[in-house]
Design a protein around this ligand. Structure first.
Ligand SMILES: Cc1cc2nc3c(=O)[nH]c(=O)nc-3n(C[C@H](O)[C@H](O)[C@H](O)COP(=O)(O)OP(=O)(O)OC[C@H]3O[C@@H](n4cnc5c(N)ncnc54)[C@H](O)[C@@H]3O)c2cc1C
Length: 309
């Protein structure tokens, strides 16, 4: 793994750095490249702007590894409000959550109960609930939570990381719940016995799992989403889907706000289902460090912002 990527991922866990960096006005300006603002209204405003381009959206409030039960209750209530606001505004927007935001470190039972409430709300408002995947220490518990909630509510999806060596088996084990899977490469610092260290191996595993999911979607056993900005992979999987004559509503492409905007628009204009994941919230430091780790060239953008008048 490149040193710069390792350094940013290590920095993402540094509380001192987080406090100091987040106070800097230039840092707040730079982060705007990837998030429209800190409030729910900012995210919904950005979601509305994507509608004319036929791009749907996913919103997520930043913040992870919360400590107390009351914090998790507040996050659940925030997302309940978000579902209502989305519904009222008539937006093609769904919600994505991190299990640790909903108290997974504190109690898996409480986290499960929160997910159940949010899943019920997603159904009631005609939306969807998505569960993000965090570092590898959470995978077993997150899969168990997903299995539980998905077997009771239909429109629930989960992110699965192609860089984990275990992922092909995890995909097979989920097939009985007809999963909606957002396949991503994986954004955390993991040891080599857990995750493929070389990008080439991650890309190969992404392609083979993607093809497997497309096959499963043919008879309705899975709904694949390709969550990547890697246009070589995206084009490869879309052409596989075309060759299989899969209807275009059987699979989707999801990307992050501020990344590959032109490709998002082009894919939507070609008639593919595209969603853009929009983050908001005050706790953006670890998430922002992961974005820098993915593309260390982004640091030049931060520097330019720091020195710009
Ligand atoms: C919708 C969505 C949801 C996600 N959810 C999760 C999750 O739940 N758990 C998780 O671990 N990870 C998640 N991720 C992050 C993912 O794991 C990758 O870290 C991230 O998508 C970067 O990898 P890539 O697939 O774009 O491929 P890469 O090979 O890293 O990048 C391909 C190309 O995309 C562009 N690009 C990629 N990243 C950036 C960036 N930060 N800035 C500018 N350009 C960039 C570059 O042009 C690069 O050459 C999610 C990603 C997306 C798109």
């Amino acid at each position: 793994m490149p040193i710069a990527r390792k350094a940013f991922l290590a920095a993402s866990r540094n509380k001192w750095l987080a406090e100091h960096f987040m106070r800097r006005p230039f840092a707040r300006r730079a982060v705007r490249k990837f998030m429209p603002g800190e409030e729910l209204a900012d995210a919904l405003g950005a979601a509305r702007e994507l509608v004319p381009a036929r791009i749907g959206s996913i919103i997520t409030r930043l913040g992870e590894t919360l400590t107390g039960e009351s914090q998790a209750d507040a996050v659940r209530d925030h997302y309940l409000q978000a579902f209502d606001d989305i519904h009222r505004a008539g937006l093609p927007t769904v919600v994505s959550v991190k299990p640790t935001q909903l108290g997974l470190d504190h109690s898996i039972e409480a986290c499960r109960a929160h997910l159940e409430v949010l899943a019920g709300k997603a159904v009631a408002t005609g939306s969807q609930l998505w569960i993000d995947m965090e570092d590898s220490s959470y995978v077993d518990r997150t899969l168990a939570l997903y299995r539980h909630v998905k077997s009771r509510h239909e429109p629930i999806g989960i992110a699965i990381q192609a860089y984990l060596r275990r992922t092909p088996q995890d995909i097979e084990s989920l097939m009985d719940v007809k999963p909606m899977i957002r396949l991503v490469k994986g954004a955390y610092l993991e040891p080599p016995h857990v995750a493929w260290p070389a990008k080439r191996d991650v890309d190969l595993q992404f392609a083979s799992i993607g093809e497997r999911l497309l096959e499963a979607s043919r008879d309705g056993r899975a709904h694949p989403i390709f969550g990547t900005h890697d246009m070589t992979l995206v084009r490869h999987l879309l052409s596989r889907a075309e060759a299989m004559r899969l209807p275009r509503d059987r699979y989707e492409v999801h990307m992050l706000y501020g990344i590959r905007n032109a490709d998002q628009r082009a894919l939507a204009a070609e008639g593919y289902t595209v969603r853009c994941l929009i983050s908001y919230g005050a706790q953006w430091f670890p998430w922002y460090m992961r974005r820098l780790a993915e593309r260390p060239a982004n640091v030049w953008f931060v520097m330019r912002t720091a020195f710009a008048r």
